[in-house]
Design a protein around this ligand. Sequence first.
Ligand code: ADP
Ligand code: MG
Length: 361
Amino acid sequence: MKVQLVNIGKKYEGRENFTIRHIDLEIDDKEFCVILGPSGCGKSTLLRMIAGLNSITEGDLLFDGKRMNKVEPKDRDIAMVFQSYALYPHMTVYDNMAFSLKMRKDKKTVIHERVTEAAELLQITEYLYSKPSEISGGQRQRVALGRAMVRKAGVFLLDEPLSNLDAKLREHMRVELVRLHKSLDTTSIYVTHDQTEAMTMATKIVLLDQGKVQQMGKPSEFYETPANLFVAGFIGSPTMNVFHGTMKDGLFSSDDGLVSVEPGPADKDKLASHEGKKVALGIRSERFIAGESDKNQITVTIDVIEMLGKEQLLYCKLSNGKECVISEPGYFRYTVDEDHKFHFDPKGLHFFDEETTSRIN
Ligand code: ADP
Ligand code: MG
């Protein structure tokens, strides 16, 4: 099913301002769309409007072109999985999964077929007759997914379904969810505050901040061409290094005078209109190259080294104490508390207008 949001806004009763506003979004059939953003930015509000659990203050919600604003949740052809997925403790896994189908009086044979099919996909067949208390957290999360899957809805809505799991299981479930999405072939809308989940699972990301869309597109676009400083800071781990400065005679100079950069040919043209203006330079940790160079070089003191195996993160300080993070392959041994020289890969530079915070294109 195709889901469209046209100029959608939500103002909660008793609140002065809109919680979210002017959201335009098209989610194609079978897409895996992730709504991403910091806590409190309005993700759940948006998802609950799609589900029909929150009323829509303004704008239109369309499913396959049909306006859904006033349609009851049960008639919307959706299934939802929440972060707190309370299962009925006195019921078996089977009965938990069958519950909503029983309530809508589906035939016993249909219910059995759906439950066993979902259980197989989720690899919980052997627990079908266990109680929730007898299975692990990860298995319970699968039951919650199964409970939604059996409904065979046109849209699958998930609100932070992995945030109660430990890190290892979360990593595992990310892959499982992508596999599941492939085999279900259903439009999925997934809410999370975790940029890694968004980057690894989405076919489309919508990044919200304070109820407004900051950027929309494929994960790679977020990484390679962040639309503004907020996106640049939100996507990617470690966080992008940002230096604040001014463009002068085609060169970027940081305000503290410690970073001077000559942009590559492509960036030079774009920056021509910013001569004399305040500009922020962003550079990801992996875009530093070890060693001296006749230009685009910085000197840092390595403060802390995080050895991650295949790579190491070098937490550095410039001579004025400003911090920056550099990632290097894991095999080289760096010494802490000594000066090291690195230079910038000119292809890895991001420039932003300080006034608007927008990317300079
Ligand atoms: P997120 O899911 O991104 O963390 P929410 O959509 O839950 O954010 O909340 C967005 C904002 O809306 C928050 O400021 C929150 O306090 C407010 N909010 C959420 N639900 C209600 C409600 N029922 N009534 C009033 N304000 C609400
Ligand atoms: Mg939420």
